[in-house]
Each structure stands twice: as structure tokens, then as C-alpha cells.
Design a protein around this ligand. Structure first.
Ligand SMILES: *Cc1c(COP(=O)(O)O)cnc(C)c1O
Length: 507
């Protein structure tokens, strides 16, 4: 510890006072303009790159250094970025990336993200324009889904957290204010939640975090098209009621992650109204069908939900991360989270003014300006054009479906409802073979579908989300699939001694 006397003497030596700004703004300007140009080149030349490549061990080792004290120039650090990071990224910006459900981002989103970082606004609260921009996105979301314009909205990391927040609001609705100080034990009622067997795994986690327990999440069976069976839902609710449990929430899925199927939201809304349960929709990407008029009917009934969770970072390509939760009852949303701490006190004017701050609506206090990149995305492209890109990915999925139906090698394994195509091999089908084909595609950097399990069998799953993907890219995917199937079969034939006829000469 230095005494104030010593501190005083230190500064008397007239050493420059430390700060983190550039020593020379002109050099900074030159270096950062070049970085921006390089990134624009990177995006413009995306098709010439591999979808993905693994980082070699020496590159991975580079990131196992001790914390260092020695400064390095921005220019030299940008060189490192170019050599060590940029080539080994996720690859979800590439048009042949079709794994999981990933957004591709946009150059416009990149610029908005840079501007947000420049302002470095803390959007947890206080009286600044960032909160108005976020409020604007909430009213746009309300408009998209047919919610009242005063519905409450909040940016979060992703739909996983948005689902959790909705569940906590629903829990508050069921158990009242007392659940906050008293917890679930005092509430003395075992709550039960309902979602289909195809619902996302984050719903399980949400019930665990919220203290409800995943044993009390009822997984309702689905029909052939992957939609929740409403009779089974009603039967499960009645059975739980009869057993003295408290059914309080039904989670409908708009666009399941496996196959892109939709629960019948109108019927679920009816069930929730008659059984007095909270109706939540996990619409992570599927809810964004709202932007494509020809697909809106898939989400009919969403306007009757109590809450909706969805992502701007998937089908609308706002750069990661940009999840959102929309709650019909704004006051209930606030009462679930609002915190009376003195340092969050509201003033009538000045920077501490304002009624509802985002920190009143969820567990985050400090939070970034996610609304800006979302606002830029909708401003620059317009909702209709984004919707057109969404609809186009579904057309491409149907094109892929048609090509596969003519293939001698591959066959469809689930109906194509949306933008997700699941398929396997017509013959010689086994889980290991499918996994090897997908690994081979990844390792060659040719394409990046993922795998999932449908009816107990591993399948190749192509989720076409990227606004950059074209019909020619689908053709390239089919060719790459055939090549990988041949390569994997050939490497196996060393062991079993045959290459099936339909896999020969497929390029
Ligand atoms: C992606 C997805 C989630 C999880 O969303 P994150 O943004 O990854 O947290 C939840 N539900 C569905 C249906 C999804 O597709």
C-alpha cells in the first residue's frame, strides 16, 4: 500500500498518466481501416474458402501462453488475428455451412457491432437512447407476432435464456409475489410443465434452474410430422391435476431444432385457455416465419401466447448474440425481476431517470447494446426482404428434398416442413457410416451439415439458414456428399472388400 504522501510524490515525478487510448491516432486510424478492409475482403471472398478447417496443434498451442505484461502493437496483433484466428473460425458465414441452426451474420451487422462497441453503452438501465432503441425492437417484435404494443421485451444472449426468463415469469404468475422471498419450498405446490418430445433441450435446463425439476417436465409425444399431440397433452394435464400437482405452463415449439416442425399453436392456445395455464412459445428460429407472408400460417395462434422466446441471430442474421423474450403482461414481467437496490434508484430527471430499465426485466444488470445491430439490420434491409431470404431457404430445402428423392445414394428420413432436410443412405445404412460421411465433409471443408437421430437412426441433417446459400450451393452439397460417401465406403472396402456399384463414378 502506498501512502497518499507517496502517491503524491509519484505524480510529482511527471510520468505520463496511464490510459488505454492510442498514442498516435493517425496510426490507429490507418491500422483499423486496414483491419476493416481485410474483414470486408474476407466476407466478399467467402465462397473461395473452405467452410471450416481445424486449427493445427501449433496454432492451438499459441493460445496456452501465460498472461503477459509486454504490450504488442495493434498492427502486430492484427497480423496474429489474420494468421491464428480468422482461418479457424466457426464457418457459419459460409453458404455451405448447414449444421445445427446458425445465423450467417451480415456485413451491415458487423458495422453496427463496431459502432455499438465505439459507444460502449451499458444498456442495463439509465436514461439514454440505447433503451429507446431496445424499446423500438420490442414494439417491432410485438407487431410481428400480433402482441399488444405495450408488451414487454428484453434482449438476452439467446433463446435458451429467453425460455428460462419466460418460465420464471410464468412461475411468478402461478405462485404470486411470495415465490421470490419464499422460494418453491414454501410455495408448497409441485409445478408441472408440458413440452413435446421434440422440444429443445434448454427447456429441460430451464426447469432445473427454476427449481421445478426436470422430472416435472412432461414430454408429450408428437405425430408423424413432429407436432405435439394435443390429446396427449390434455390427458397429461388432467392426470397431473388429479394427482394433486399444479400444471402451470405449456411450451409450444415453432420450428423444432431436429426437423423444423411446428406445434399446432391454435390448439395449444385453446388448451391453455381452458386449463388456465401459461402459454409459452419457443420460436427460436421458426417464429421468424412471421416475416414471410407465405409462411405465416405455420405460426397461427402465436398471437395468443403469454410469452415468446426467439433469436435475432439465427434466421434474421443479426450477429451473435441476439436472443429476445417478449412477454404480453409487461407489469408481471417487471414484478418477476425488479430489484429495490438503492443504487438502482430512479430520479425524476438526469441520467438516473426512467421508469422501467432492462435490468428490471431479467437477471442481467450490465448488458451490451444488442438492439443497435438489430435496428441496423431491420433498417437497412427492411422486414420484407429479410422475410424473402427466410422463404428462399425453405425453397432451397425443397429443392434439396427433390434432388435427394432422385438420388441413388441418399434418401429422405423426415418430411421437409421448413428449412431442415434429414436424410440417410438408401443402402448400407448404419450410424457409423453416416457419422463418417459428415466428418469427411467437415474435414475436407467441403460442406458442414450436422447429424441428428430420427426414429433411433443417425441421419445427416442440413439446416439451410444462410441468406447466402444458392441453388448452385445445394448442387455443390449433393456432389460433395456423394464424394464423401464414396471416400468413406472406399476406405471401408479395404476392410470389407467392396465398393457398392451406385457409389462408383460419382465424382
Ligand atoms: C437454437 C434453439 C434454441 C436455443 O437457442 P440459443 O439461441 O442457442 O440459446 C432453443 N430452441 C430452439 C427451437 C432452437 O432452435
Amino acid at each position: 500500500m502506498q501512502s497518499s504522501q507517496e502517491l503524491h510524490e509519484d505524480s510529482a515525478k511527471q510520468e505520463p498518466e496511464p490510459n488505454l487510448d492510442p498514442e498516435d491516432w493517425d496510426t490507429f486510424r490507418r491500422d483499423s481501416h486496414r483491419a476493416l478492409d481485410d474483414m470486408i475482403d474476407h466476407l466478399a471472398a467467402i465462397r473461395r474458402r473452405k467452410v471450416w478447417q481445424p486449427a493445427p496443434p501449433e496454432v492451438r498451442d499459441y493460445f496456452r501462453q501465460r498472461l503477459h505484461d509486454q504490450p504488442k502493437s495493434l498492427a502486430a496483433t492484427l497480423v496474429d488475428f489474420d494468421a491464428l484466428i480468422r482461418p479457424y473460425a466457426n464457418g457459419n458465414d459460409h453458404p455451405l455451412f448447414m449444421g445445427w441452426v446458425h445465423g450467417a451474420g451480415t456485413p451491415v451487422g458487423m458495422i453496427a457491432e463496431m459502432l455499438a462497441a465505439g459507444l460502449n453503452a451499458n444498456c442495463g438501465g439509465r436514461n439514454h437512447i440505447g433503451l429507446d432503441v431496445e424499446r423500438q425492437i420490442a414494439t417491432w417484435a410485438a407487431q410481428m407476432f400480433g402482441f399488444p404494443s405495450d408488451a414487454s421485451g428484453l434482449f438476452v444472449t439467446g433463446t435458451s435464456l429467453a425460455n428460462l426468463i419466460a418460465l420464471l415469469v410464468a412461475r411468478h404468475a402461478a405462485l404470486g409475489e411470495e415465490v421470490r422471498p419464499g422460494g418453491l419450498r414454501e410455495a408448497n405446490a409441485q409445478l408441472t410443465v408440458y413440452a413435446s418430445t421434440e422440444a429443445h433441450g434448454c427447456i429441460i435446463t430451464a426447469t432445473e434452474i427454476a427449481g421445478i425439476g426436470s422430472r416435472y417436465l412432461r414430454r408429450i409425444p408428437v405425430d408423424r410430422r413432429g407436432a405435439m399431440n394435443p390429446e396427449a397433452l390434455v390427458a397429461a394435464i388432467e392426470a397431473d391435476r388429479a394427482a394433486g400437482l399444479r400444471p402451470f405452463m405449456v411450451v409450444g415449439t415453432a420450428g423444432t431444432v431436429n426437423t423444423g416442425s411446428f406445434d399446432d399453436l391454435i390448439t395449444l392456445a385453446d388448451v391453455c385457455a381452458s386449463r388456465r395455464t401459461w402459454f409459452h412459445v419457443d420460436g427460436a428460429f421458426g417464429a421468424l416465419c412471421a416475416l414471410a407472408p407465405q409462411m405465416r400460417s405455420l405460426i397461427a395462434g402465436i398471437e395468443r401466447a403469454d410469452s415468446i422466446a426467439f433469436d435475432f441471430h439465427k434466421w434474421t442474421h443479426v450477429p451473435y448474440d441476439a436472443g429476445f423474450v417478449l412477454v404480453r403482461d409487461a407489469d408481471l414481467h417487471r414484478r418477476t425481476f425488479v430489484n429495490p437496490a438503492a443504487y438502482l434508484h430512479r430520479a425524476s430527471t438526469g441520467l438516473a431517470a426512467g421508469e422501467v430499465w432492462p435490468c428490471d426485466l431479467g437477471p442481467d444488470l450490465s448488458r451490451g447494446f444488442r438492439a443497435l445491430k438489430t435496428w441496423f439490420t431491420f433498417r437497412v434491409f427492411g422486414a420484407a426482404h429479410i422475410g424473402a431470404c427466410i422463404a428462399h431457404t425453405c425453397r432451397l430445402a425443397r429443392y434439396l428434398e427433390a434432388q435427394l428423392s432422385r438420388s441413388e445414394i441418399f434418401e429422405l428420413r423426415a418430411p421437409v416442413v421448413l428449412n431442415i432436410v434429414c436424410f440417410g443412405l438408401r443402402m448400407f445404412d448404419d450410424d457409423d457410416l453416416i457419422k463418417s460421411i459428415v466428418c469427411d465433409l467437415h474435414e475436407r471443408g467441403a460442406a458442414a451439415p450436422s447429424t441428428t437421430v430420427i426414429e433411433g437412426r443417425t441421419v445427416i441433417r442440413a439446416a439451410i439458414v444462410n441468406h447466402r446459400t444458392t441453388t448452385a450451393d445445394i448442387d455443390a452439397l449433393i456432389e460433395a456428399l456423394a464424394t464423401s460417401a464414396m471416400r468413406v465406403m472406399a476406405s471401408r472396402s479395404h476392410k470389407v472388400g467392396c465398393v457398392p456399384a451406385q457409389l462408383r463414378n460419382t465424382g
